[in-house]
Design a protein around this ligand. Sequence first.
Ligand SMILES: *Cc1c(COP(=O)(O)O)cnc(C)c1O
Length: 389
Amino acid sequence: MSEGYSMWAEIALSRLTANFQSLNRAAGPDEVLAVAKANAYGHGVLACAPALMAAGARWLGVTSVEEALAVRAVCPTARVLVMAGPWRGEAAAMVEHGLTPSVWEPFHLEELGREARRQGLAKGSVPVHLEVDTGMARQGVRGLAALGERLAQLESTPALRIEGVMTHFSSPDELDSPETELQLSVLAEALKAIGARGHRPELVSAGNSATLVSGLGVERLRSLAHLHGARLMLRPGLALYGYPVRFMPEQVAQPELLPVLSWKARVLSLRTLEPGEPSGYNATFRAARPTRLALLRVGYADGLSRLLSNRGQVLVRGQRAPIAGRISMDQTMVDVTEIPGVEIGDEAILIGQQGEERITAYELADLSGTIPYEVLCGISARVPRVVVE
Ligand SMILES: *Cc1c(COP(=O)(O)O)cnc(C)c1O
């Protein structure tokens, strides 16, 4: 099925399903919102969102209305949380397509309120997730005074109903960090203030992959939700796509997760350099010995970071082949001198497994000074996503 491509990404939906189910089991009684923003972390949302629903997800999380409408087209029954709130003019589409906004700015409520009045919507018929800034200082209502004002504004539009109270932690991968402690106490205060005005949110939405996978802190979040008669909703993203959290203490038993995406390219040409001969822009690679180089049709325009020039490796015939010279926009050379029998048409693995060897998005991230999130969602639109079972 991938014979026709010279470079492509394979998306293993059975692994996505298994990962969702492992995480859902680990979450026990809590709701799990599957984060599918940024084209499902580069995996292709049109295939991944329905697979997540079939695996048992009820909620999907995206960033924008554009992303939400793409999800809605393939998942007519999903609850879809739009985590950046409605931009001006987007409230009508949100209501029409049953999308659920996170809200915190006055203009979010003005937009939704205007639409609710225009359509004469019934009391409580527009659920919103009120976001509270508990210390991330990025989005959400900041401070109890502002929270009071926003609640008053919300109460002036009876169609709006606080279904969820949402926050985001700045350091979920650092256990016992003072930031998380502080954020939990700010969340507790906010929930108290929201409850005191008679709101009864059904969901307290907090925690990402690191929170869910570590399980640490989940008990406290859950108790906090239950104290207010709500359920905890966890929002994993990266873990769904098969990347566990790093640097967890040994006592933490992480659920088993399998990488969903493999990135592959075929050897398209081969050449042999004499000692001293260069390869690529600015001759940053020079053969130290008779050197066999293989051409791959993948470059930084596909999302292979140029920072991996002369640093990264790929797998060919189950062995590691170092990237030789500068990665170009569309091409990369790899040194296959030590790998016997390489031929045109051989598969090279940029991310994935071949024989005993494996390259993960963590490896590429480490070598290019970033995180696996950026590696995965940086795989560009021109890379065909091929769904495999
Ligand atoms: C991206 C995102 C998540 C998911 O984070 P992961 O680290 O990928 O699990 C959860 N909540 C919000 C608000 C996000 O933006």
